[in-house]
Design a protein around this ligand. Structure first.
Ligand SMILES: Cc1cc2nc3c(=O)[nH]c(=O)nc-3n(C[C@H](O)[C@H](O)[C@H](O)COP(=O)(O)O)c2cc1C
Length: 458
């Protein structure tokens, strides 16, 4: 089983209001190297695959047409850039992987290629890229480019990945750097080439600015689950972050994702499906219940509304409650409304329903399959059910509360999974890179049937 832990460099990753949990360290730790280094060491001691950083550009200003609710409730603001802490966290660890979110809409592929090559060198091949097309219109107010329609963003992302991979994989031969002191040649120019890309969105000549890093292409993650998002994932992604409603209903989308990868000529076993799920663990039932009560008390309704309105690019405060949400046109993420539809497929969701659902605190329940809640035994039972029924390869665990929840994963949940033989008790020293952790020793570079990089690797 693969286990990632989800976080963000902001005070209250994912669950609004949880920065108020007494003693939780994320609210101030998110901007401290010491905090991230100790989290990385802790996760490595628990043999976790990778620490996954969500990230955004812009601010959630859709709800009531204002960014004030987001600022007030720390809805992904303030937040710092996760790429900058990776080197320090990598220096403090040897095996833990790191995946960071990077937008194909608000950055250039040339810069992206250099950033990830740099991180791959500096982490010794332990970096992944969570490819997002971004949904916040507000980024454009800061000169970061143009807000494109949903499917256009994915078209641009397709070309973006093509350019970045050409820079990573085609521009430098594995033996281009010769460091020949006698002949005064650092790199043999005959073994470096331009990529000469000219497409609808990008013109990039190259050559790439970095010599090949251990993985060349970072491990490619993807999270959007609209039909267009799944198509994109099937074409490019190696690790897909799913938000399935329950194990039985999840089986079909997981199988569809693998089938779509096969249609693109890819080996479906080269796509790992991770269920993204909140995890709240207590030592015993009473402790779990107390955590759930605190969750309810500290929940921020307005913060949740600000987040969901940004995700959907729909101001729920601007429509009468009986308006069907399907009638409101939006170009933002389709995954989140899609998730609600999957929860109750026969229902016509209205603005009032969505407002009620997202703003009302819902105490985590053991019976709710989408939440990993309860004692370590109860949570491990539920995880086994996800693995066998939905056929997922693992989880992107969203700890709640954000830092105490990391302690609970490492101290309570992982030992129970290890006791059951479901999770490694040590890293395999032969797996030097993050990609090898997912796909086995020797699989260091991206496997693409349409490309020949493996041949050049010799
Ligand atoms: C579980 C999940 C996590 C996501 N994390 C991020 C993130 O950290 N940053 C971001 O800009 N987009 C994030 N997204 C947005 C998607 O990657 C995607 O760009 C967006 O959802 C639009 O595509 P879709 O309609 O296919 O979902 C996330 C989406 C999902 C479903």
């Amino acid at each position: 089983m693969h286990l990632n832990v989800f976080t963000q460099c902001s005070p209250s990753p994912q669950f609004k209001g949880m920065w108020r949990v007494p003693g939780d360290r994320t609210a101030t730790g998110y901007r401290s190297l010491e905090y991230w280094i100790s989290r990385a060491r802790q996760l490595e001691a628990a043999c976790i695959d990778a620490l996954f950083f969500a990230d955004i550009h812009g601010v959630y200003d859709v709800y009531r047409g204002s960014w004030a609710p987001a600022v007030r409730h720390a809805v992904q603001i303030p937040s710092i850039d996760p790429a900058l802490l990776l080197s320090a966290a990598a220096a403090a660890t040897r095996h833990l992987g790191f995946a960071i979110t990077y937008s194909t809409t608000y950055h250039s592929p040339y810069e992206c290629a250099r950033l990830f090559s740099s991180l791959d060198h500096l982490t010794g091949g332990r970096v992944g890229w969570n490819i997002v097309t971004s949904y916040l219109r507000s980024a454009t107010a800061n000169g970061l480019g143009e807000y494109l329609d949903h499917d256009d963003r994915y078209d641009r992302a397709d070309e973006y990945v093509q350019v970045a991979r050409a820079l990573w994989e085609d521009s430098w031969d594995a033996d281009a750097v010769v460091r020949d002191v006698e002949r005064d040649i650092f790199t043999d120019p005959d073994r470096v080439r331009q990529v000469d890309h000219e497409g609808r969105w990008f013109t990039v000549r190259g050559p790439h600015q970095c010599e090949p890093s251990p993985q060349r292409t970072p491990v490619l993650y993807q999270a959007g689950s609209s039909p267009r998002g799944i198509e994109f994932a099937a074409r490019h992604a190696e690790v897909v972050f799913l938000t399935l409603a329950d194990p039985a209903a999840g089986r079909e989308p997981v199988a569809a994702l693998r089938a779509a990868a096969a249609r693109h000529g890819r080996d479906p076993s080269m796509v790992k499906a991770l269920q993204g799920t909140m995890v709240m663990v207590g030592r015993d039932r009473a402790e779990a219940k107390a955590k759930a009560e605190a969750y309810n008390t500290l929940w921020s309704s307005e913060g949740q509304l600000a987040k969901w309105c940004g995700w959907m690019d729909i101001d729920l405060a601007a429509f009468p409650d009986d308006t069907p949400v399907d009638e409101i046109r939006s170009q933002a993420s389709q995954s989140f409304l899609g998730f609600l539809r999957k929860l109750t497929p026969d229902r016509t969701w209205t603005v009032g329903d969505v407002k009620y659902l997202v703003s009302r605190p819902r105490r985590p329940r053991v019976e709710a399959p989408v939440t990993l809640f309860g004692t370590p035994e109860q949570v491990a039972d539920r995880m086994e059910q996800w693995l066998t029924v939905a056929d997922v390869d693992g989880f992107n665990l969203i700890p709640c509360p954000p830092s105490d929840g990391i302690d609970d994963i490492c101290d309570l949940l992982v030992p129970e999974l290890q006791r059951r033989g479901l999770f490694r008790t040590a890293y395999d020293p032969a797996e030097a890179t993050l990609r090898e952790r997912y796909f086995g020793t020797g699989v260091r570079t991206y496997r693409d049937p349409a490309r020949t990089v493996a041949a050049r690797e010799g």
